[in-house]
Design a protein around this ligand. Structure first.
Ligand SMILES: C[S@@+](CC[C@H](N)C(=O)[O-])C[C@H]1O[C@@H](n2cnc3c(N)ncnc32)[C@H](O)[C@@H]1O
Length: 186
């Protein structure tokens, strides 16, 4: 068996979390790759809520969804920190965060530790048993180290009776490679 790369492994975790009909969240939709993936996992009876603070990302994701004929997504042009204002009062079947900046775009618009951890508090409190929130942590850019530290500090203090927290990383790669942290509700 070949060890899975970061993005493949993130999707593998989501496949094990999300079932048809679930309500799921893409906290950073960007170009919409994960949004399309989640949309297919949860199927027509399910629902994806996808957030991004950049109009360009919302536009790109809208196009990706149209190309993939996905019709079960609500796009939200706002910070994931405000997720509780948009999500229904129901259990969540899975969520993904791809931290950092939108590729080939304004590198000054990046995710930040304070808003990421605020969003995590909302999403983890609504996550169903056995379900997972997956974060792909890019941290080589300006502000990335601070966000990485804030996210790890937040996740390390989660109660082990309630959550399993996994870290998946290639520790011999150069140039600040991305890694995964995933939280499963017990
Ligand atoms: C690495 S990109 C996401 C890539 C995306 N998952 C894809 O498949 O293309 C990170 C995204 O997070 C967005 N972002 C930054 N801060 C945010 C926030 N507070 N809430 C929601 N999105 C945010 C950026 O605008 C950017 O599009």
């Amino acid at each position: 068996m070949m060890v899975k790369g970061i993005l493949d492994y993130a999707h593998e975790l989501l496949k094990n979390s999300v079932e048809h009909g679930d309500i799921v969240v893409d906290a950073t939709c960007g170009n919409g790759h994960d949004t399309v993936f989640l949309s297919r996992l949860t199927g027509p009876e399910g629902k994806v809520y996808a957030f991004d603070v950049q109009q360009q990302a919302i536009q790109n994701t809208k196009q990706s969804l149209a190309d993939a004929a996905c019709h079960n997504v609500t796009l939200i042009h706002d910070s994931h920190a405000h997720a509780s204002a948009y999500l229904p009062d129901k259990e969540i079947g899975g969520a993904i965060f791809n931290l950092g900046y939108l590729p080939r775009s304004d590198k000054s618009v990046v995710t930040r530790g304070s808003s990421t951890t605020e969003a995590l508090t909302t999403l983890l409190s609504r996550m169903g048993k056995g379900k997972m929130t997956v974060l792909v942590v890019y941290h080589g850019h300006q502000g990335g180290r601070e966000e990485k530290e804030a996210v790890l500090e937040y996740l390390e203090q989660l109660d082990q009776q309630t959550y399993t927290v996994l870290q998946y990383a290639f520790i011999n790669q150069k140039n600040d490679p991305p890694f995964i942290v995933a939280v499963q509700k017990k």
